[in-house]
Design a binder for this molecule. Sequence first.
Ligand SMILES: Cc1cc2nc3c(=O)[nH]c(=O)nc-3n(C[C@H](O)[C@H](O)[C@H](O)COP(=O)(O)O)c2cc1C
Length: 171
Amino acid sequence: MKQEIDVFDYAGTICHALRKGVLLTTKAGDKVNTMTIGWGKIGVEWNRPVFIAYVRESRFTRSILDENGEFTVNIPYGVCDSKIFGYCGSKSGRDTDKIQDLSLTLEPPVAIQVPGIRELPLTLECKVIYQQLQDLEQIPEEIRQQFYPGQTPDLHIAYYGEIVGAYIIKE
Ligand SMILES: Cc1cc2nc3c(=O)[nH]c(=O)nc-3n(C[C@H](O)[C@H](O)[C@H](O)COP(=O)(O)O)c2cc1C
């Protein structure tokens, strides 16, 4: 069962959860992949509720997102095994099936093709409506050195996901 929510009633919960990590799940063809994200924003643009995720250019997730511009965000709500974030934040879907490895349970989606993850019940279904590669020139030197050192910076792409569904997965 899914309990529909007004996503802005949970904005604080979502932003606090980002400090430890939430899951961003993508799907292209039969391949479902999830990764931990710690950066994100929730707000309004073009009169739509939007979740912005920041995904580095090199991520496997990026290649899936570029094939199918949809994603789910799953946020802990209640008890959650924090090992999930370490694993999904260090292993790549290029090399392994993280969902299978952790025995995570996929939840059928409502408005998009990408499933959610039952173990992290607070779920946002998002459709990418805009994306933007960060402009290195506009980033302060101190931040550049910390996050994008060297000759080939692995920049973040901001994926603006219109939130087309928001709910808590119940037993
Ligand atoms: C707590 C935490 C937060 C993270 N946040 C982000 C993020 O916001 N954006 C990003 O591109 N990578 C982030 N990462 C790194 C990715 O989760 C990691 O590189 C992952 O293995 C990528 O998976 P993929 O190759 O299957 O896409 C984070 C990792 C951790 C542990």
